[in-house]
Design a protein around this ligand. Structure first.
Ligand SMILES: [Zn+2]
Length: 182
């Protein structure tokens, strides 16, 4: 049986207390180096899809480095550490951080920086617009129109800004919604 570890994190941080589990560049580098020493090679969701459809091979020890949110440190820090070890990441983008009114805007990549990651081999997936809890949203939204807006608007923005029609999607937080999946 092939088993593929998937790591997920939210970028690098130096400035939060231990209760928030900060991921420093030094610690991330240590973890990526361990994976490399163990012979892991990163894959993306296209590689996974091809393999599942008997249309492609995986490396002997595949690993997926997944990241949520278009945080600045993805381009300036995370990428450099992965690249030193020959890896790249899968990034799931919630699009409202790019809004200049967003409280996260100062910590958000520019679209040019996201383009650079794509050119450097990163894989992009969708992660809604406003990052709602999808189970709660579905309960509040019996006809599905808010959910459809979140999914379709995110996809349309990624297509407009990056020319990418995302095939892959990350649920928000630890929420789950069978309706969203459907
Ligand atoms: Zn998220």
């Amino acid at each position: 049986m092939t088993r593929i570890p998937i790591t997920m994190c939210h970028g690098l941080s130096e400035d939060r207390g231990p209760a928030d589990f900060p991921l420093t560049a030094e610690h991330f580098e240590t973890l990526v180096a361990i994976a490399s020493e163990m012979g892991f090679a990163s894959i993306d969701y296209d590689d996974l899809d091809a393999w599942r459809n008997d249309n492609g091979l995986l490396p002997d020890r595949p690993i997926m480095f997944d990241f949520d949110h278009p945080e600045k440190s993805m381009r300036h820090g995370v990428h450099q550490i992965l690249q030193q070890h020959g890896h790249s990441g899968n990034l799931f983008i919630n699009t409202n951080w790019f809004d200049p009114e967003s409280p996260r805007h100062d910590h958000t990549m520019t679209w040019d920086e996201v383009h650079e990651l794509v050119d450097l081999g990163w894989h992009i997936g969708a992660h809604t617009v406003t990052h709602p809890n999808l189970s709660e949203l579905t309960a509040d939204d019996p006809d599905g129109s808010k959910l459809a807006w979140e999914l379709e608007t995110c996809d349309a923005t990624l297509n407009r800004e990056l020319g990418i029609v995302p095939k892959d999607f990350a649920f928000t937080g630890t929420s789950w919604s069978s309706e969203a999946e459907r």
